[in-house]
Design a protein around this ligand. Structure first.
Ligand code: SAH
Ligand code: SF4
Length: 347
């Protein structure tokens, strides 16, 4: 079996491990500094710890749980998709997006996804397994190393890659804990966004655990019949309960919630549906992100035309719903939302 990554451990677990190896308490600080500030890739780089301890740690753990198999860079060089091979040979992807003011990394939480949304390339590949906390954190560490080499820094992390974060709830929460712990990566909670298809029972739990982390919910339709067709999870977690859970979330956290809506030409992009959506969200502290669908191999429809996107947007605006149209980044390298599995499937 593949060795566990040391990034799986939270601070207490690392403490306990070092204690069991007969080490003084300050070793934890040294190791965390090497892992999360210096971004060392090898236990031999920890010059300040005894070589016998380095050897023991190397016997128990790997540092890097991910092997970079391939990276594809967009023509403008701003978007980069990386394909990682995990310890057991399975693969996941992350996407690094460079903007003028920020650098954002889109990370995966599962190999594949069991939710089967019809338009999603990850959904189309089925579900293999959850990522461990360290496999999630490792994607962030990869981006930090990469950007540091460019004299830049990572400013945002979005859990919008492969998989449904709330079906890997423990792994997601544990990874966020390591990312945000001031003694570990010390990454700001408000710079992290988790996107869910709407696993209702987990929404309140998430609000309790990480009220400062941003929440996005993938809506894609304001009508149950259509949403159930596009997003099968809606059959278990229908809109009325999902919207109620969203309102409860806002009440508890006082944080704005984001609703993702992928516009599919002539499917969910009519002005009537925009009006319905406005009605559903009225009075809620929220924001709608519209994105024209990236067509995927097994769902032969088109993203909405620019006109349809703009009309949809203006109906929402007229009804006082804050809305942004998202650019489709990295389309030519199949690094758009929900396209992450695509390049490895035969064309
Ligand atoms: N499972 C989570 C997070 C990963 S998917 C979720 O569903 O929210 C990230 C986002 O990409 C979701 O909003 C999802 O609906 C969207 N998405 C999936 N396939 C897409 C596609 N082909 N075009 C545009 N957005 C897509
Ligand atoms: Fe899974 Fe999200 Fe894709 Fe749906 S859109 S299949 S929940 S990854």
């Amino acid at each position: 079996m593949a060795k566990q990554t040391v990034y799986d451990l939270n601070k207490d677990a690392l403490n306990d491990t070092l204690k069991s190896l007969g080490q003084p308490a300050f070793r934890t600080t040294q190791i965390l500094d090497g892992l999360y500030s210096k971004l060392y890739q090898d236990f031999n780089h920890f010059a300040n710890i005894p070589s016998s301890l380095r050897a023991s740690l190397a016997e128990m753990f790997v540092i890097d749980p991910l092997h970079v198999e391939d990276t594809i860079v967009s023509k403008d060089r701003l978007t980069e998709k990386v394909l990682f091979t995990l310890g057991d040979g399975l693969q996941v992807e992350s996407v690094l997006m460079r903007y003028s003011e920020r650098n954002s990394l889109c990370i995966s939480t599962q190999v594949g996804c069991p939710m089967g949304c019809v338009f999603c390339a990850t959904g189309q590949m089925g579900y293999m397994r959850n990522l461990s906390p360290g496999e999630i954190v490792g994607q962030v560490i990869w981006a930090m190393r990469k950007l540091r080499a460019e004299d830049s820094t990572l400013t945002n992390v979005v859990y919008m890659g492969m998989g449904e974060p709330f079906l890997n709830f423990e792994g997601t929460l544990a990874s966020i804990a390591n990312l945000t712990n001031p003694d570990m990566l010390n990454f700001g909670s408000r710079r992290i966004t988790v996107s869910t298809v709407g696993i209702i029972p987990k929404i309140a739990m998430f609000a309790r655990e990480h009220p400062q982390v941003n929440l996005a919910i993938s809506l894609h339709s304001p009508e149950d019949l259509l949403r159930s067709e596009l997003v099968p999870a809606n059959r278990i977690y229908p809109l009325k309960s999902l919207i109620q859970a969203s309102r409860d979330y806002v009440e508890r956290t006082h944080r704005r919630i984001t609703f993702e809506y992928a516009l599919i030409q002539d499917v969910n992009d009519s002005p009537e549906l925009a009006l319905k959506l406005a009605g559903l969200l009225t009075g809620m502290l929220c924001h709608v992100n519209l994105i024209a669908l990236n067509p995927s191999k097994e769902y032969a429809v088109q993203g909405s035309s620019k006109d349809r996107v703009l009309t949809f947007q203006s109906v929402l605006e007229e009804h006082g719903i804050p809305v942004t149209v998202r650019l489709r980044r990295g389309i030519e390298i199949h690094a758009g939302c929900g396209q992450l599995a695509r390049s490895r499937q035969p064309e």
